[in-house]
Design a protein around this ligand. Structure first.
Ligand SMILES: NC(=O)c1ccc[n+]([C@@H]2O[C@H](COP(=O)([O-])OP(=O)(O)OC[C@H]3O[C@@H](n4cnc5c(N)ncnc54)[C@H](O)[C@@H]3O)[C@@H](O)[C@H]2O)c1
Length: 313
């Protein structure tokens, strides 16, 4: 397949590497000076991880081409993944151009974390029905989740096509049923961050304590199963129905007690200092490398199981 990757910063470069590793031709575009060199460097850096995951036949970094002109990049594309800056006026101008230049049936998927597909479609006068959000989780070449969000004008054929493309890349697409700020995963993260910041603000725990609580506690199970099935498995033979019967009321009491912090300059200072203290003496590059290596081992091990791998739609 001929894929256009529009915008080649952090997310675009990772998508480009993933498409290449699956044997696709990628034509990338980004107007910033030095973008091509930065992209080729990033793809080369991602390649060893993709090799460990297993390259598809025909996969090659040589199948990456580059043009600074977005219209030229999408002209013959069969799929477009857009990763430009997260600013409405930039997305508007970019999508007007992509909609004009791409073949009429080519799906235009935006990685946008926060701009709704219906908003993006307003810029597309020609074929808004093939426009949607395909929101990855950083880094897209490692993390399988992609949230697929159709807009008001998106047709079912485009949703089906994009779900198939992401599944064929070994991703785990989840269709979001309603347009919401933050889609699903970032809302869930925001809920956790809200309480974590509140606990720090009230002095109930340090930044390092809360990081330990998640990283050495529930986070381990959350990497394997979602919140509901984890809860179900905690309920013994009675499952989640039993849990909700006896732990439901105390859970509601906790909900009533949860914090609603504001990011005041003082709280921001406390959080930043807390993270600095926690990471004192640790090389951030080594931390990222170890995290990504373990992440990949986990994803591979998980995919090899019969029950934890999850099903693809
Ligand atoms: N960073 C994340 O964790 C993350 C996660 C998921 C989704 N996203 C989304 O992905 C998109 C890109 O985010 P990022 O973090 O890679 O940003 P980034 O700043 O790293 O990259 C944006 C790139 O777009 C380029 N650009 C600017 N104008 C352009 C234009 N007219 N046409 C094409 N490219 C243009 C810039 O030169 C830059 O290379 C955003 O919509 C963001 O919401 C980001």
């Amino acid at each position: 397949m001929r894929v256009a990757v529009v915008g080649t910063g952090v997310i675009g470069a990772s998508w480009a590497a993933l498409f290449l590793a699956h044997g696709h031709d990628v034509i990338a575009t980004d107007p910033s000076p030095g973008a091509e060199e930065a992209l080729r460097t990033a793809v080369a850096a991602h390649w060893p991880a993709l090799e460990r995951a297993g390259l598809r036949s025909g996969a090659s970094q040589d199948r990456l081409s580059f043009t600074a002109a977005a219209g030229e990049a999408v002209r013959g594309a069969e799929f477009v993944q857009e990763n430009g800056p997260e600013r409405t006026e930039v997305k508007d101008a970019l999508f007007a151009l992509l909609d004009e230049a791409a073949p009429p049936r080519t799906v235009l998927a935006s990685s946008s974390s926060g701009i709704t597909p219906t908003r993006i479609q307003q810029a597309c006068g020609r074929h808004p029905e093939r426009v949607l959000v395909g929101h990855p989780f950083n880094p897209p070449h490692l993390i399988p989740l992609v949230e697929v969000v159709p807009g008001g004008a998106t047709d079912e054929a485009s949703v089906r096509a994009v779900m198939e493309v992401y599944s064929s890349l070994g991703r785990r697409p989840v269709r979001v049923r309603r347009e919401l700020p933050g889609h699903l995963a970032n809302r869930l993260q925001a809920a956790l961050w809200r309480e974590a910041y509140s606990l720090v603000a009230s002095g109930a725990a340090s930044v390092a304590d809360l990081d330990a609580v998640i990283a050495h506690g529930p986070g381990l199970r959350w990497a394997l199963l979602g919140p509901f099935v984890n809860q179900h498995l905690s309920g013994g033979p009675g499952g989640i129905a039993h849990i909700l019967e006896h732990l439901g009321p105390p859970t509601e009491d906790i909900w009533d007690d949860l914090g609603d912090p504001r990011l005041t300059p003082e709280l921001i200072r406390t959080i930043v200092t807390g993270v600095d203290d926690e990471l004192h003496g640790i090389d951030p590059a080594e931390l990222v490398a170890e995290r990504d290596e373990l992440l990949q081992l986990l994803i591979t091990a998980k995919a090899a199981t019969s029950t934890l791998r999850g099903s693809t739609p």
